[in-house]
Design a protein around this ligand. Sequence first.
Ligand SMILES: *[C@@H]1O[C@H](CO)[C@@H](O)[C@H](O)[C@H]1NC(C)=O
Length: 227
Amino acid sequence: MKSKTFSFPFISLLLLLFVVLSAAKSYDFFYFVQQWPGSYCDTRRGCCYPTTGKPEANFTIHGLWPNYDNGKYPHDCDYENLYDATKIEDLLPEMQTKWPTLACPSADGNKFWAHEWNKHGTCSESILNQYSYFQAGLDLQTKANILSILEDADIRPDGALYSTEHITEVIKEALGVLPSIECNRDESRNPQLFQIYLCVDKLGKDFIDCPFYPKRKCSPEIEFPAF
Ligand SMILES: *[C@@H]1O[C@H](CO)[C@@H](O)[C@H](O)[C@H]1NC(C)=O
C-alpha cells in the first residue's frame, strides 16, 4: 500500500469540525430567573420550606441558565465537574436566603443547587467556575431587587390583581430591559405572578434586552399572592 500524507482539505475539515464542536459548548446569553415563593407554595402541589426555615417574603433565585440566541439551550455539559458543596462553603448563608429550595420533601438546598449547576452551570464553565457562577446569581438578585421595584409602584404581594402589562412596564422602567413574566395557577386555578425572566450578558454581569423571549402569555390581570 502506498503511504499517504493527510491532504490539505482533510486537515481543514478536521479544523472546521473542531471549531464547530467547541462553539457548540458555548452559549450566547443567560436567562436569570427569579420566582415569587408565594406563587410556588399556594399551588395544588404546594411546597416545603427548607430545613433552614421559611424564606423571607422576597423574590428568590430559580436559576441562571445559559441560552442560545435561537431559543435553544445547552445542558448537562460536563459530567467531570459536578456540584461540590465545599467549593461554595462561604456563599452558603447567602444561598440559603436568596436561592432557597421550596421542593418537597424539605431539604437544605444542596440538591437544588446541584441540579442547577450540573444541568445549567456546567454549560457556562468556559467563563464561570462553580464559585463565580453562584456568586453571579447572588449579585444579580441584589442588582435586580424586583420586590422593591414593584412595591415602589404600589404593586404588593397582597393577593390583589395587577395588570401584567403594568408589572412588565415598571420593571422595564427600573432596569432598562424588558422582562418576561411567567404565570402559574393557585389552588383555585387563578393565574398569578410566578417567575420573572431577565436576560444577562455572557459574563453573567449586566442585564440586556433578551435576544429571544420565551413564548408564553399571562392573563392581562394576575394575582400577586402573599407569602
Ligand atoms: C429582597 O432582596 C433584595 C435583593 O437581595 C434586598 O435588597 C432586599 O432587602 C430584600 N427585601 C426584603 C424585604 O427582604
